[in-house]
Design a protein around this ligand. Structure first.
Ligand code: PGA
Length: 243
């Protein structure tokens, strides 16, 4: 495991941008997996700037998003599909057929998860996965619990996660969907390279436990310790509890 501590959140985001840009330069048909949330927004801004300056090309890239809320149609502005459109896909000209986001409004959700797994396999697997970390140690929407599911699946969200995601729902956690679809921990660990980006003091404790604590289903991010090529990219605040 590599741990990179950057002087600020902006510098940490720039580090993630450089990792993605370098990989995309090496392989224009790179298969990426991408997160939503506050943390990656600066990364997406940085990638969009490179594309605008003609220094990066997403036209052959393929992406798979980590998760989506159950019950939100792809064109619902609160959906993760819409978030990705606004922050990345529309700005970098990524063709929709190459930008895979789980459909949380699909009639057959189990079938949708299976279809997503098949699409990842058909793309040749994920080359580089950018992930965030929740305050409770979730990766994607793999929430802490007595067990983890390996493949893409439907999951019940914890109240902490619903609170953390309340903003687009008028700030009311009760309006946040109770369920989501998420890549499983096995699918995430199947990526050839993983970059975890965490910024801010609120993440310091969970970052320390993920890196230095035991591997446990009660802290899904701790499973990243099992991966051969993972980099934790942190700002000073997120790294402040590392020894
Ligand atoms: P955040 O979300 O970037 O908004 O903190 C991270 C996550 O929940 O994975």
């Amino acid at each position: 495991m590599r741990i990179t501590v950057c002087p600020s959140a902006t510098a940490a985001s720039a580090r993630a941008v450089r990792r993605i840009a370098a990989a995309l330069h090496r392989d224009p048909s790179l298969v990426l997996s991408l997160p939503t949330g506050r943390t990656p927004i600066e990364v997406y801004d940085g990638l969009a700037r490179l594309v605008a300056r003609g220094r990066l090309d997403f036209s052959r890239a393929v992406t798979f998003n980590l998760d989506e809320f159950v019950g939100l149609a792809p064109d619902d502005p609160r959906s993760y599909r819409a978030f990705m459109g606004r922050h990345l896909f529309d700005r970098v000209g990524l063709p929709r057929r190459r930008a895979h986001v789980l459909d949380g409004a699909a009639r057959d959700l189990a079938g949708e998860c299976a279809r997503f797994e098949r699409a990842i396999e058909a793309a040749g697997g994920i080359d580089l996965s950018l992930v965030g970390i929740g305050l409770n140690g979730h990766v994607g929407f793999n929430e802490p619990g007595p067990g983890l599911v390996a493949a893409t699946h439907r999951v019940k969200l914890t109240s902490l996660t619903r609170r953390a995601n309340a903003k687009p729902f008028g700030g009311d956690p009760r309006r946040v969907p109770r369920e989501a679809l998420t890549m499983g921990i096995g699918t995430i660990l199947g990526a050839r390279r993983i970059v975890l980006l965490a910024t801010g003091r609120s993440k310091a404790r969970v970052v320390r436990r993920s890196i230095a604590g035991p591997v446990t289903t009660w802290l899904p991010a701790s499973f990243l310790q099992l991966h051969a090529d993972v980099e934790f990219v942190l700002d000073r605040d997120a790294a402040s509890r590392l020894g």
